[in-house]
Design a protein around this ligand. Structure first.
Ligand code: MG
Ligand code: ZN
Length: 219
């Protein structure tokens, strides 16, 4: 019985997610779900990404348990920012994103970045209505996380290896990350990136623009 309850919750989430996707497509918005551990650099990446995408306009839905700190960091950069405080919730749900969409003028937006709660486990199980899943893995977290958290990396559409400027000083093995990824997801490109040095940013921006064109038949 317990399994049935969990399944029905996920089914209800998926129905709301489908409606979110339909809403964004009718407004011409490409939605990206950013997932990673806390501190991998999601907000720092958005601080660099959003101004670089101009004149295309970006909005952000930021999920955190508490505080509006990330929304404040992004408020001067994005066309619109909404902070979603999940309280004790360790992931965003499609319903929370639906409420977040109500706060945005979707027809004024080209890209919607959904910054999920920092967590490597359950965000991957919840469709939010995004078009693409972006998974960040920072060099500071160690090189063993792909094998330890395969459910996060398996459905990723792109993997961003962030804080790559620290790789040398930490003796980081990107080789291990690539080997592990080959086991769980051979489809997603990997972009080595540093928001601080700017390395990899052009490749990331090119990927974003490509996705918008690829989905653009409907978006
Ligand atoms: Mg953040
Ligand atoms: Zn959770």
């Amino acid at each position: 019985m317990k399994i049935n309850v969990v399944e029905s919750v996920l089914k209800a989430n998926d129905a709301v997610a489908r409606e979110n996707r339909r809403r964004m497509e009718s407004a011409g918005v490409l939605a990206l779900n950013l997932m990673s551990a806390p501190g991998s650099g999601k907000t720092a990446l958005l601080e660099k990404t959003i101004p670089a995408l101009a004149p295309q306009r970006s909005a952000v839905l930021v999920g955190d348990l508490q505080t509006t700190r990330d929304a404040e960091r992004l408020s001067g950069l994005a066309a619109e920012v909404t902070q979603i405080n999940t309280g004790r919730g360790c992931h965003l749900s499609a319903t929370e994103v639906s409420d977040g969409l109500d706060s945005l003028r979707l027809e004024h937006i080209d890209f919607l970045f959904i910054e999920n709660v920092g967590n490597m486990v359950c965000p991957a199980a919840h469709d939010l209505g995004e078009h693409r899943r972006v998974v960040l893995l920072s060099v500071a977290e160690g090189d063993d996380k792909v094998a330890k958290y395969p459910t996060l990396f398996r459905p990723a559409d792109v993997v961003l290896l962030t804080k790559i400027d620290l790789a040398e000083v930490l003796g980081y093995s990107t080789r291990r990350v690539y080997d592990d990824l080959a086991q769980v997801n051979s489809r997603a490109p990997v972009i080595e990136l540093s928001a601080r040095s700017g390395e990899g940013l052009e490749a990331w921006l090119a990927w974003l623009r490509e996705q918008r064109q690829a989905v653009g038949k409907t978006v």
